[in-house]
Design a protein around this ligand. Sequence first.
Ligand code: ATP
Length: 270
Amino acid sequence: SKAKLFDEKTDTRTSFKDVAGLEGAKEEIEEIVEFLKNPDKYTSLGGKIPKGALLVGPPGTGKTLLAKAVAGEAKVPFFSLSGSDFVEMFVGVGASRVRDLFKQAKDKSPAIIFIDEIDAIGRARGKSNFTGSNDERENTLNQLLTEMDGFGTNTNVIVLAATNRADVLDKALMRAGRFDRQIYVDLPDIRERKEIFEVHLRPIKTSETLDVDFLAKQTPGFSGADIANVCNEAALIAARKEKKAVSKQDFLDAVDRIVGGLEKKNKIIT
Ligand code: ATP
């Protein structure tokens, strides 16, 4: 079967309201929404709109969500692909996929291109990695750099890329006119976990008024994705017991289950 390498959606459903916490990151990225909405305002004095920004942070902290929210807020199409899609590709395929992607985005500009796991293609050149052909990865990376350099100042395509390994990226990616802005997306603190719970509790039918502060306290080290998982798991646990609504205990059981899963994952790594 043929992998779907990128999909284009005019995603007006995701907005900043869906992104809890991350105040600093939201504030920084809000500027990009402004650029996309009013490009002429910013270029009228001879300034250049940034071409790219790198979202850096641990897995599951909302990088993809934030990129989608930018597209949603600016009401522009969202084109995405994952760096890992390029692993094990035949020679020339990766570079041509990048070319296609940029062409599509330019045709529909203003637009957002989102590249998840950019480290899979953006590792420093000349260093080996464990997956796929290094030459092919380098070709893909070079094509990406070429495309970003080739943008005119009025292309109005902004490339957002996500990674949890900014340290391994080729420095050429961070040069001026490429991903010259870095936005940090950290694990949520207790107050942010509370806000994330509030977002993900919205669709859940609960049997009592839940103490969200308590849930936030029970989940140190959890990412936004883990919290979304807890809420979903709690609803499934309650449904399995034929219950009509989800109780505090169901949430605690879900937290235990997720903690168990995280511990297992950590064991495999170490
Ligand atoms: P990865 O590095 O693993 O790709 P990511 O940082 O891109 O992760 P997302 O894919 O954006 O993380 O997050 C996964 C899901 O977790 C989101 O779709 C959302 O449901 C939930 N989530 C993560 N962070 C937040 C947040 N700050 N507010 C609300 N929900 C969040």
